[in-house]
Write a protein that binds this ligand. Structure first.
Ligand code: TRP
Length: 338
């Protein structure tokens, strides 16, 4: 898939990723990017720290989140020799491109963007003025994101469903500029939503999400992971009672991590009344720890030696900038008639 294509993955350094993010988004993104590189394509992987400052104003928190996210991707197997791994704020061409895009971006595009609309709806529901607490960074968020994408002549942007509209906006802005100058100044990107990536349920059965408080932590100590897993909802049926595994949450979560053989074993044990909830929780715990063990060690190493990561990010920015510079030049030449 994606032979010879340029793939771009952006991630906002907010929140602390949990097991669901790791299995459902982070690992698949790395796999997809590396696959493209192995097939003659390119992978840009960046930390969207300019996007993060719209919501987070504490520099210590921002810096901590940036470090965490960089180390999580490296721990999850991101290879900076394959993927161009950089920080958005290290590419000064991005805000320059954004400024040019503004002049061609209908204001209505921003009015209808989900993130802004959701913030307005929240204000209305709370009886506050529509734009209360909304800054221009949040309002113009999709234009900056368009610059991120268009700077590198990106073919494919893998995203979750919530980001599809933003990629469409990037494509529309590029289309407007190309039409105005009647030449392909900007490459039209496409979004890609991977339908096969499992949504990992949380410990209460809803989608695993920090906002629901139902997460299994990632790269935390065994004790913390165990505590979350042992608080997964179960009922009071005795072990001997045969159970349909598909109705059991521990089994549902196990699906996103177990091998087919392991899954079969748990399923059979439940159907035959040979495994109790304590057993299957321990099986899940073993699988989770086994899955993250090596990555957690890598994560802890990089967090403790962040200067090595800084070096990687600097090298990544140096690799990314020429493409962004070329796009900026193309735009400036056209816009200013040079
Ligand atoms: N908006 C994305 C998110 O919240 C992050 C992001 C910023 C991004 N720029 C991007 C994603 C460009 C893909 C491409 O998840």
């Amino acid at each position: 898939m994606f032979e010879g294509k340029t793939i771009l993955t952006g991630v906002k350094p907010t929140g602390t990723p949990h097991l669901g993010n790791y299995l459902g988004a982070i690992r698949p993104a790395i796999r997809l990017g590396h696959e493209a590189v192995d097939n003659g394509g390119k992978h840009y992987m960046f930390i969207a720290d300019y996007h993060a400052i719209n919501a987070e104003k504490d520099p210590a928190v921002l810096n901590q989140k940036m470090k965490e996210i960089a180390c999580i991707y490296l721990a999850g197997g991101l290879d900076p020799k394959k993927s161009v791994f950089y920080r958005q704020s290290d590419i000064p061409e991005i805000p320059e491109i954004t400024t040019i895009l503004y002049a061609y971006t209908p204001k209505g595009f921003m009015n209808k963007a989900h993130a802004y609309k959701a913030a307005v709806d929240k204000n209305i529901a709370a009886g506050k003025p529509n734009d209360d607490g909304i800054n221009m960074g949040l309002y113009t968020y999709p234009t900056l994101m368009a610059a991120d994408i268009l700077a590198y002549d990106t073919d494919i942007v893998p995203v979750g469903k919530d980001q599809v509209q933003h990629v469409e906006i990037a494509r529309d802005i590029a289309g407007i500029i190309n039409a105005h100058y009647n030449k392909p100044l900007l490459h039209l990107p496409e979004y890609y939503v991977d339908e096969n990536v499992a949504v990992v349920p949380g410990i209460d059965g809803r989608k695993m999400s920090k906002s629901y408080g139902n997460v299994i932590p990632l790269f935390d100590e065994d004790k913390a992971i165990k505590k979350a897993i042992f608080s997964i909802k179960t009922d009071s049926r005795p072990m001997e009672e045969p159970k349909n595994p598909d109705e059991i949450l521990v089994y549902e979560i196990y699906k996103s991590i177990a091998t087919p053989e392991q899954l079969q074993e748990m399923g059979d044990g439940l159907r035959q009344g040979k495994l109790g909830y304590g057993h299957i929780k321990n099986m899940l715990l073993d699988a989770v720890i086994n899955e993250i063990k090596d990555a957690r060690e890598k994560y802890n190493y990089y967090m403790a030696h962040f200067e090595e990561v800084e070096q990687m990010l600097a090298e990544g920015a140096a690799k990314a900038r020429p493409a962004a510079q070329a796009t900026l030049k193309r735009l400036k030449d056209a816009v200013f008639g040079r």
